[in-house]
Design a protein around this ligand. Structure first.
Ligand SMILES: [Fe+2]
Length: 293
């Protein structure tokens, strides 16, 4: 159990938790190998920012779609559906069935288009069509996993405890420093070694900060929502269906992993002779047996 009771307690009091060294050394190394294949040169540059920046460093895909799950390689996908992330998200929703609503890689370096001092904000504006209530059955949990070391110079995420706005209706969902300096004055910068995790909520003010010297930061956003409400989420997974990485992932995924992104469960009314034949034709390496009873 790597997210301990002390982290859960901190999250419940402050709206966020920082879990240092969340990933095992093996998980981190495997994830970094996948990152290196996906964005060659970034990890080397992060480790040694004296050298040249990675090729095309400021061109990168600006669309989330090109940077998201399912990734080529197994390890970023495994971290997306990591049992500990699911356990924590589940704890927060009071055991509602979960939906993984987001998994995208985030990378930037000094001078990059994403290298900005963000304003203090809440993420719910692009994670729900409505408003995030303080009720477990509607609880969305966001995670940011860092694949490079983050010191105060490498654009740490800054987060402000619930203690400073606990009982408000959370609108506006963003404040400039001049509008509400207290959120900035009380921010905590998440400076952590690679492999660490920040868990926060749709009701937690936070912001990205700018680089203070040459360097790079590679991280991974993963968010979970309860499965039932249809007004939550940030992407539609079917949109990824055109990529080969999608077919290869879904064919080998467990039943539970498939359901986490919305695939019909065994026993669902959806399964008929026609859909069994159709899905099997589309994903020839999928074991259809569990769906055919
Ligand atoms: Fe945010």
């Amino acid at each position: 159990m790597r997210i301990g009771d002390e982290h859960v307690q901190h999250y419940r009091e402050h709206g966020y938790a920082i879990v240092e060294n969340f990933l095992t050394a093996d998980e981190l190394a495997a994830a970094r190998a996948d990152v290196d294949a996906f964005i060659p040169g970034w990890l080397d540059y992060a480790a040694n920012p004296i050298g040249p920046k990675p090729a095309g460093w400021n061109e990168g895909p600006r669309s989330r779609r090109a940077m998201r799950f399912p990734f080529r390689g197994a390890h970023l996908n495994a971290i997306t559906l990591h049992p500990e992330l699911r356990r924590f998200a589940s704890l927060m929703t009071g055991d509602e069935a979960l939906f993984c609503e987001q998994s995208d890689l985030t990378y930037k370096c000094k001078g990059h288009y994403a290298d900005v001092e963000q304003t203090m904000h809440l993420d719910y504006v692009n994670h729900t069509l409505a408003y995030p209530p303080d009720r477990p059955e509607y609880w969305q949990t966001a995670f940011l996993i860092y694949y490079t070391d983050v010191s105060v110079y490498e654009a740490p995420t800054a987060v402000c405890s619930w203690q400073h706005y606990r009982d408000e209706i959370l609108w506006p969902a963003a404040y400039e420093r001049t509008q509400r300096a207290q959120l900035y004055d009380n921010e905590v910068k998440v400076t952590v070694p690679a492999g660490s995790l920040l868990a926060y909520s749709m009701r937690t003010f936070h912001r990205g900060t700018a680089f203070m010297r040459d360097g790079a930061r590679v991280g991974h956003f993963v968010s979970y929502a309860p499965q039932r409400p249809k007004w939550m989420g940030i992407v539609g997974w079917p949109e990824q269906g055109i990529y080969r990485s999608f077919s290869s992932w879904i064919e080998q995924a467990t039943l539970e992993e498939r359901e986490l992104i919305g695939f019909p469960a065994p026993g669902d009314d959806y399964w008929t002779q026609e859909t069994l034949a159709g899905v099997s034709a589309r994903f020839p390496n999928m074991d259809m047996q569990p769906y055919s009873n």
